[in-house]
Design a protein around this ligand. Sequence first.
Ligand SMILES: *[C@@H]1O[C@H](CO)[C@@H](O)[C@H](O)[C@H]1NC(C)=O
Ligand SMILES: *[C@@H]1O[C@H](CO)[C@@H](O)[C@H](O)[C@H]1NC(C)=O
Ligand SMILES: *[C@@H]1O[C@H](CO)[C@@H](O)[C@H](O)[C@H]1NC(C)=O
Ligand SMILES: *[C@@H]1O[C@H](CO)[C@@H](O)[C@H](O)[C@H]1NC(C)=O
Ligand SMILES: *[C@@H]1O[C@H](CO)[C@@H](O)[C@H](O)[C@H]1NC(C)=O
Ligand SMILES: *[C@@H]1O[C@H](CO)[C@@H](O)[C@H](O)[C@H]1NC(C)=O
Ligand SMILES: *[C@@H]1O[C@H](CO)[C@@H](O)[C@H](O)[C@H]1NC(C)=O
Ligand SMILES: *[C@@H]1O[C@H](CO)[C@@H](O)[C@H](O)[C@H]1NC(C)=O
Ligand SMILES: *[C@@H]1O[C@H](CO)[C@@H](O)[C@H](O)[C@H]1NC(C)=O
Ligand SMILES: *[C@@H]1O[C@H](CO)[C@@H](O)[C@H](O)[C@H]1NC(C)=O
Ligand SMILES: *[C@@H]1O[C@H](CO)[C@@H](O)[C@H](O)[C@H]1NC(C)=O
Length: 467
Amino acid sequence: MTLFLIQSITLLLLFFLAQSLNPSVPLLLRSTNIVCVTDFGAIGDGIHYDTLAIQSAIDSCPTTTACRVVFPPGTYLTATIHLKSKVILDITEGATLLGGARIEDYPRESNRWYVVLAEDSSDVGITGGGVVDGQGLKFVEKFSEVKNVMVSWNRTGACFGDECRPRLVGFIRCSNVRVWNIILRQPAYWCLHIVRCKHTSIHDVSIYGDFNTPNNDGIDIEDSNHTVITRCHIDTGDDAICPKTSTGPVCNLTVTNCWIRTKSSAIKLGSASLFDFKDLVFDNITILNSHRGLGFQIRDGGNVNNVTFSNINITTRYYDPSWWGRAEPIYVTSCPRDSSSKLSSISNLLFMNITAESENGVFLSGCKGGVLSNLRFINVDLAYRRYTNYAGGLVDYRPGCRGLVNHSAAGIIMEHIDGIEFDNVKMRWSDDNNTSQNQNWDNPLDFRPSTVNNISVLNFYSALYRQ
Ligand SMILES: *[C@@H]1O[C@H](CO)[C@@H](O)[C@H](O)[C@H]1NC(C)=O
Ligand SMILES: *[C@@H]1O[C@H](CO)[C@@H](O)[C@H](O)[C@H]1NC(C)=O
Ligand SMILES: *[C@@H]1O[C@H](CO)[C@@H](O)[C@H](O)[C@H]1NC(C)=O
Ligand SMILES: *[C@@H]1O[C@H](CO)[C@@H](O)[C@H](O)[C@H]1NC(C)=O
Ligand SMILES: *[C@@H]1O[C@H](CO)[C@@H](O)[C@H](O)[C@H]1NC(C)=O
Ligand SMILES: *[C@@H]1O[C@H](CO)[C@@H](O)[C@H](O)[C@H]1NC(C)=O
Ligand SMILES: *[C@@H]1O[C@H](CO)[C@@H](O)[C@H](O)[C@H]1NC(C)=O
Ligand SMILES: *[C@@H]1O[C@H](CO)[C@@H](O)[C@H](O)[C@H]1NC(C)=O
Ligand SMILES: *[C@@H]1O[C@H](CO)[C@@H](O)[C@H](O)[C@H]1NC(C)=O
Ligand SMILES: *[C@@H]1O[C@H](CO)[C@@H](O)[C@H](O)[C@H]1NC(C)=O
Ligand SMILES: *[C@@H]1O[C@H](CO)[C@@H](O)[C@H](O)[C@H]1NC(C)=O
């Protein structure tokens, strides 16, 4: 008893020390209970389902104190496991939590299809240095270098077509969520989904989706407040960091120090945009060979206000047009998805210290009655060069709106804007004479005063450059 007390005190002291060294370590790290899934019968051979053992370990955690559920090295095949308050999954290095690939491995309701799911919980999270793997490739019906054809688990009509697949990790209506030091791999659909949560911290997470699998999103922040994402590495087929609003706003989201490659948008707001997006910061991010850099697909009546992008390096290129994106480094659009959608506005955007090398220009497009207002571009360096064989000359209003429309490319296309400022914007055009793809792309600024009001251009520079 005395020994136990001393150990506890030492542990506590250590945790308090860690706390004082790193003030960002939240309370939930002060865990005193540790349970191991193998003590509950988990085998970890990757063949037998360990669902019951894992769930029993989680359920053995007391409800009043923090608890770590440890996975020693091994491969743990499982159906959906349900986290609860104060539980941290500790998937250690060498351990893999492997999601089942059968429909009976998941709950009845398709909106609860996750390998790991926490609902209505607080102080809950995942860490440990190991892997959560969704076996996404088992959901491919037909492999394709353009876009894989995926199975559909539509049984009830509650989800549509090939979007009926399980996500990897979900937190729904939770608070104090922490996901850190973990590898999330091969989701069958979206990877990490935060829904109606508050106070979420996601850091030091690596996400590896499949480059040819549709809907392989990285992190989807839906209807959630007070979210911090930092030091994440995301390499995947679909949108990498994607705030969206379906039943409530997204407020106070900060994303810093991340690396992203995707065949769609690296950062994308929308397209689900029924509620507002407010006070978002994106800083110190590297975006490589993506189909679109910083994107807004606002379609459903929600308004966007106060978003800052700073210190971001972007390279974008064309991929097959069946993937959303047209190689735009920056893409800001608001238009009603269809005739029943409400108008949205986008205001107070700052783009500062941005460099881009891209195969297409910047596209800024509001719509009648839904203008973009107060956009500022400061210290922006844009280098333009074509090198893939995909056809240019299309502007992209997808999803919905006017779809893909023929329109010759330009350095910056603007329409339906009230208040836009460029200060120290450099535009450099490649001087390689392989003009087959370059033709019709030498117009720096494309706008008409009838839809673009109050434009200010300071220190604007445009010139050819040689590789
Ligand atoms: C989904 O399943 C429902 C019910 O079985 C069916 O009526 C509907 O046609 C299916 N839809 C798609 C897109 O597969
Ligand atoms: C986020 O904050 C907004 C505005 O305060 C509030 O309406 C909304 O309910 C909050 N959402 C959550 C999930 O707490
Ligand atoms: C924004 O979210 C962070 C992280 O949860 C939190 O520390 C901060 O207080 C929030 N800011 C506001 C204004 O609510
Ligand atoms: C920017 O992020 C990278 C990681 O992607 C990190 O190494 C670097 O220190 C960050 N820079 C600043 C100024 O925070
Ligand atoms: C814009 O958002 C940032 C980051 O959340 C916040 O610090 C700032 O106060 C907001 N600005 C306004 C005018 O609301
Ligand atoms: C962007 O590129 C500049 C110049 O090469 C470099 O100094 C900076 O660290 C890069 N920042 C990011 C976020 O990649
Ligand atoms: C942009 O870069 C300048 C010069 O390097 C720096 O002073 C400024 O703080 C940066 N802005 C942001 C928002 O990081
Ligand atoms: C767009 O341009 C292509 C090629 O020039 C042409 O075949 C197509 O008919 C045009 N589409 C529209 C809607 O004008
Ligand atoms: C023009 O737009 C800027 C922001 O881009 C704003 O500060 C200014 O008030 C606007 N001026 C007028 C006359 O609307
Ligand atoms: C492209 O053509 C121009 C004018 O004909 C010439 O000065 C330049 O050297 C050529 N550039 C390359 C990379 O060949
Ligand atoms: C010129 O463009 C074509 C495609 O139109 C491409 O196949 C070829 O590799 C390019 N050549 C050079 C030297 O960039």
